[in-house]
Design a binder for this molecule. Structure first.
Ligand SMILES: [Zn+2]
Length: 728
């Protein structure tokens, strides 16, 4: 998976900030450099630098290419025999690298498509029988019979026939607009385009508005010819290309929809699962994806009002809203079963703090071949693992335990990572960090998202890795921050997850690091268990997301022909592990956390004042808590810098502070999400909502709940501050 939404605010200000940052850098460069350079958290930077140098020499473009070729040699959707083969390959690599390796199976509720069809039944003379098989003039992988027919995971089966209404991106504001324009979607089949939000959110909102069914299609304005040449001439989506994907309501909880909070081990009896028909994570209206080739006859023949101008896509006619006269029949027969999926876990035990795990994970399952999504990440993970293996040979020992996770079932609903995290919840309560990679490479622009305490950490790591463009990854990142490719394209890299309600000014200089929303495997670690997390990726033009064309041939042609960016990402990823597993003192920056919370509060306060009047909500205690956290973070930062006798205790405190953000009762109406500062938005799904309890209550106009949530937030921030202050 891995998409992200709006980051407009962040990027406009990024511009201003860079200027200032560059000045400072020049000033710094003029001063003589101390040698060796300090590495945050290490007392013996010279020794660490030696290990890092040795490590950075290992990841290799040719080897990365070979991993990717093998991993993507067949379609390998979660739960298939081909998926198991990729698990065996990863396990074999981990073993060769000297890691303790196991394959862990879970039994989870999933559907494959049995029969999927969409037909235009009216008006007379208009014909379409889809989905058309994905096909272009030239691609040697496209005709494999194992390519799964386009479908959406967790759509119910169903047979619906109805008039069609066009609903733009199927956002709440789009349905409001339809209502305003007098178009009733009840009982209709809604057709909406991909983009702007998570597809499960589209299904959720369409369901809330009483639609009978939902078709989600890829408009060429968003990731097709409007952007540039389509595949195989260029990297953008061709006419028959379809975006598969899950519509599970992951904003309720992630993982197996029948086991929130519980691991779906094979032995778990059915009596301890939620019956699927009662699961809050499962959609109720039939939903299926289409290419623009198949959608064109539907959209072209809709009558009714002309759509608002910004609803117009790139197909060559004026879009109308309907309803009708086009009628469509959706016939979806899903094959729902409990199926087995396989995580691969590789472990290097820590020599000094074995209980403080540093977990690094990437998903391995793909909708089809998954060259970019996710196996560019798996290839980087394997090259990083090979580097760790070489270090082990040379006598290196990490202080903390490194756990590598090759997750399965991510595409269906972050299942492999979530079930494993739920199974190891008590171990993970002590974990130092979770490091995610989903799409490692879809282009040349590095980006990252992280909790505030690790934002400087990832910048520091980027400074230590060379970029294929010359200089360091950090230099290239500063010059060419990962940018959105257009108004609605959601490139598939880790980077800058945009966030709602997030004022952009809190970060100071340096390239912007985004907030963690959802859409990838850090969700259970951070938002359910409070493990400090980082997500990285390198992105670029990528229009074949979740289609059969995301294959090895595409990757070599358009994504990373020399595999230099694969090498870069393996280096960055491995260095993250090395530093967090080896640091004497964890390099967490809580002053930054306090600062960011303060900016979140300011935005929420402004919103509350607009909604409820000047003094309707008392933000003073919350601001005081954020200030206290900032002060405590600044004070402990000084302690972190110096060697001192109670290091073990200090590390415990630094780890504990992030856990203070876990709300005892979780978020209102979705208790699986427990983080007081970050959650996926219910109405965005990928983008982070910051201080979600407060912001979502404000958005709902619920003053009472907002007050309650503000109190909960305040006490969690106070608790974090107190933990830091108590260390003296
Ligand atoms: Zn992915």
């Amino acid at each position: 998976m891995r998409r992200r939404a709006t980051a407009i605010l962040i990027l406009t200000t990024a511009f201003l900030i860079f200027g200032a940052g560059e000045e400072r850098e020049r000033a710094q460069a003029a001063q003589p450099k101390a040698s060796p350079p300090a590495i945050a958290g290490f007392h013996d930077a010279a020794q660490e630098e030696k290990w890092e140098k040795l490590f950075l020499a290992i990841p290799d473009p040719k080897q990365a290419e070979e991993h990717l070729r093998i991993l993507t040699s067949a379609p390998h959707m979660a739960g298939t025999p081909e998926d198991k083969k990729t698990a065996d390959y990863v396990a074999q690599q981990f073993q060769q690298d000297g890691l303790q390796t196991e394959i862990v199976a879970y039994k989870v509720w999933m559907n494959y498509p049995r029969e999927i069809s969409v037909d235009v039944v009216a008006p007379e003379g208009v014909h379409m029988h889809g989905p058309t098989r994905e096909h272009v003039s030239d691609d040697r992988f496209q005709d494999d019979p194992r390519v799964v027919t386009p479908f959406t995971e967790y759509s119910p089966s169903g047979d619906v026939e109805a008039e069609v209404v066009y609903a733009n991106y199927a956002r709440p504001e789009d349905f409001n607009k339809l209502k305003e324009m007098g178009v009733d979607v009840r009982g209709k089949i809604v057709i909406a385009r991909y983009g702007q939000n998570f597809r499960g959110v589209k299904a959720y909102i369409a369901q809330e508005h009483g639609a009978a069914g939902l078709i989600i299609y890829s408009d060429p304005i968003d990731d097709g010819y409007f952007k540039g040449e389509a595949y195989p001439q260029g990297p953008w989506r061709p006419a028959t290309g379809v975006q598969r994907g899950s519509i599970g309501y992951m904003f309720e909880f992630a993982g197996d929809p029948t086991t929130p909070g519980v691991a779906s081990v094979a032995a778990l009896p059915e009596s301890e699962r939620i019956p699927p028909e009662k699961s809050a994570a499962l959609p109720r209206i039939p939903t299926t994806p289409l290419s623009y080739q198949d959608s064109e006859p539907i959209l072209a023949h809709l009558a009714g009002k002309v759509s608002p101008r910004d609803w117009q896509g790139a197909l060559p006619f004026t879009y109308h809203l309907g309803p009708g006269p086009v009628r469509v029949r959706m016939h979806l027969q899903q094959d729902y079963q409990y199926r087995t999926i396989w995580d691969v876990i590789g472990t290097i035990p820590g020599s000094q703090q074995p209980a403080q795990w540093v977990v690094a994970g990437n998903h391995r399952d793909a909708w089809v071949y998954g060259a970019v999504d996710p196996n560019s990440g798996t290839s980087a993970l394997l090259e990083a693992a090979r580097g760790l293996g070489e270090l082990l040979h040379a006598g290196w020992k990490p202080k903390r335990t490194i756990v590598l996770g090759s997750w399965d079932g991510e595409e269906q609903g972050l299942i492999g990572s979530t079930e494993w995290a739920e199974q190891h919840a008590s171990d993970l309560a002590k974990a130092a960090a979770y490091l995610n990679v989903d799409v490692a490479v879809s282009g040349e622009n590095f980006g990252a998202s992280a909790v505030p305490s690790l934002k400087q950490f990832i910048r520091d790591v980027a400074r230590a890795v060379p970029s294929p463009k010359g200089g360091t990854v950090y230099d290239a990142w500063r010059k060419a921050p990962e940018k959105r490719m257009g108004p609605t394209q959601e490139p598939s890299s880790a980077a800058l997850s945009g966030s709602q309600n997030r004022p952009p000014a809190a970060e100071g200089s340096g390239p912007q690091v985004g907030d963690l929303g959802s859409g990838s495997d850090y969700t259970a670690f951070l938002q359910h268990l409070g493990v400090p997390s980082v997500d990285i990726g390198s992105s670029g033009p990528y229009g074949v997301y979740h289609s059969t064309f995301d294959d090895f041939e595409y990757f070599r042609k358009f994504t990373d022909p020399t595999f230099a960016y694969e090498q870069e990402m393996a280096r960055v990823y491995g260095l993250e592990m090395l530093r967090l597993a080896g640091a004497d003192v964890l390099p967490f920056d809580y002053a930054q956390y306090g600062k960011e919370i303060e900016t979140y509060l300011k935005a929420a306060q402004a919103k509350a004042q607009t909604r409820f009047g000047q003094d309707a909500l008392d933000f003073a205690p919350a601001f005081a808590a954020a200030a206290r956290l900032q002060a405590a973070g600044t004070a402990i930062h000084k302690v972190q810098k110096n060697a001192q006798p109670r290091e073990a205790e200090l590390n415990q405190v630094l780890l504990g502070a992030e856990r203070a953000f876990l709300l005892p009762r979780g978020l209102p109406n979705r208790p699986w999400y427990r983080h007081a500062i970050y959650a996926p938005g219910v109405y965005t799904g990928y983008a982070a909502v910051v201080i979600p309890g407060v912001n979502e209550a404000l958005d709902a106009g619920d003053r009472q709940r907002a007050r309650q949530e503000l109190m909960e937030l305040t006490s969690s921030v106070n608790l974090a501050a107190k933990m830091l202050q108590n260390f003296r």
